[in-house]
Design a protein around this ligand. Sequence first.
Ligand code: NAP
Ligand code: ZN
Length: 348
Amino acid sequence: MIPVRAYAVQDARSPLAPFQFERREPGPRDVQLEILFCGVCHTDLHMIRNDWGFSPYPLVPGHEIVGRVVRVGSEVKKLQVGDLAGVGTMVDSCRTCRNCQDGLEQYCRVSNVMTYGGREKDGRTVTQGGYSEAIVVDEHFALKVPSNLDPAAVAPLLCAGITTYSPLRHWEVGPGQRVGVVGLGGLGHLGVKFARALGAHVVAFTHSERKTQDALRLGAHEVVVSTRPEEMAAQADRMDFILDTVSADHDVNAYLELLKRDGHLVLVGFPAKPLRVSAMPLLSRRASFSGSGAGGLPETQEMLDFCGEHGIVSDIERIRIQDVNTALERLEKGDVKYRFVIDLQSLR
Ligand code: NAP
Ligand code: ZN
């Protein structure tokens, strides 16, 4: 076994603190990464607090991982020692069900293993995430990282990036469409960049007035401050597609009313409480209300390659792991531009 230094929470109320655990020795198809950077996703905050009711403790969060390959098993083909590699929200799945065969491992119903807070296929070992110095993962769940991008700013692409890219691609967002992105956080700011790069007319919706200039800088053509009724009313019946990234309870009906006939609102944010959806804005425009979860391995690689070609990375604030509790407090207040990324060098 490999001893690993990390930061963990012991229960839903305590701060993250130094923690040691063990990872498996790499098997024939495994790669071992020295973790360089890990993004701080709002999901980490939900899981630390047990917002969804299934967090196991101790919990080492982190599923936006970029590392250097330091060991490879005898059958590994995709990666070599010295390569940069990424790990996102999953570290295993059944590999045989229809969803896995379709490269949509995130929807595996048989044994989808989350990067942290999940259970390995042995049914016992609890997975631990990237707020740690090393990870061992099957090469199928490791991604190649484009060499022309800043590896720290690539880390958030492994969750926030693919979670926004996947629905934009699935619903074929592109030129001639008016696309809304709701919430300018880790996910939302990348959603704006992707929708712009895909050729859409992008409207950013924020409840934070102070973010309007940033929204334009990030690529939005228009910004709507959602707390101003006249600005919301001006967008009524005008959107082809809306990507909702909001982490907290909010009124989705206000956004459904902005859709054109046959428009789509896709939820990627994961508020702790169920949302209230009214029938009227849906049936009066034949609109659809959908959800989307992260992305499969082939599409995650496609997204990273797309970012390499288009020079897309996350806007980040680099932090030391010793400052992670302050960063989480700031994330909760929406005070981050636009993703904290932990430099794991600070743990060594
Ligand atoms: P984040 O950086 O905290 O951004 C969330 C944004 O939501 C904030 O920046 C804010 O944008 C808006 N917001 C927050 N509180 C609000 C409120 N009370 N009313 C209205 N707007 C509010 O979080 P994130 O990392 O992007 O994650 C967003 C959500 O996606 C989380 O729930 C996370 O768990 C979920 N998630 C889902 C998946 C998936 O597979 N579907 C993957 C990753 C994350 P403005 O200030 O611009 O309004
Ligand atoms: Zn995430």
